[in-house]
Design a protein around this ligand. Sequence first.
Ligand SMILES: Cc1cc2nc3c(=O)[nH]c(=O)nc-3n(C[C@H](O)[C@H](O)[C@H](O)COP(=O)(O)O)c2cc1C
Length: 221
Amino acid sequence: MSTDLHELLRSLRVWDPEVTRLPSFDPTTAPAAPLPLFTEWFAAAVAAGQTEPHTMSLATSDESGRPDVRIVMLHGADETGWFFASHAGSRKGRHLIARPCAALGFYWPVLGRQVRVRGPVSAAPSEEAQGDLHARSTGALAAALTGRQSEILGSVEELARASESAWERARNEPEAPVPSWTLYRLRPQEVEFFQGDEARRHVRLRYRSTEAGWARELLWP
Ligand SMILES: Cc1cc2nc3c(=O)[nH]c(=O)nc-3n(C[C@H](O)[C@H](O)[C@H](O)COP(=O)(O)O)c2cc1C
């Protein structure tokens, strides 16, 4: 029996009160810079039981300006930027060489919250990337050692063979270097916080980097 996609879509709700608690958000009480608010919202998402709150959409564009998007993990955020890691030779890595700008999107449905971050991207020093990788799990190192991300794969058997030897190396050599593994820093020029509201009076607060510091402005939903 085939699925009726349209019927299924119509049957779904956003912010079902059974699973979503929409907190109120008063933008007049928001801090002067976006990082403390991001940290507060991130912690609230974790506390509310949001699954995988540290995954985010990463949008890049190719040299012709054609956009692309995929999910990556957030590796950290501080006053210098938001961090993620990947292979320099992957599609996104090639995009970031051609056009070193990106956007991140977080969605934490248990609280009806979205955060968007945009800005220029640069690669952190290689020692930082290797240190970040080696502080992660054996699986993360094995995946990085498998390499060849975004290349055409001939068969699943080929991947299984490469992955098995990568796992073996990761177990025996937990500090194995992965030269293509890159820690990227996105320096925020704009950070937008979106709080969903049941009456659809969603609150959108945008921080915009200016020479005088962070400007804060509300946006129509
Ligand atoms: C939950 C989740 C987390 C992921 N985290 C990463 C990550 O941190 N780094 C990464 O390179 N790919 C990660 N991926 C895989 C990417 O989505 C993507 O398939 C891969 O990076 C290749 O993308 P590209 O061809 O655009 O370069 C993750 C995928 C999922 C579903």
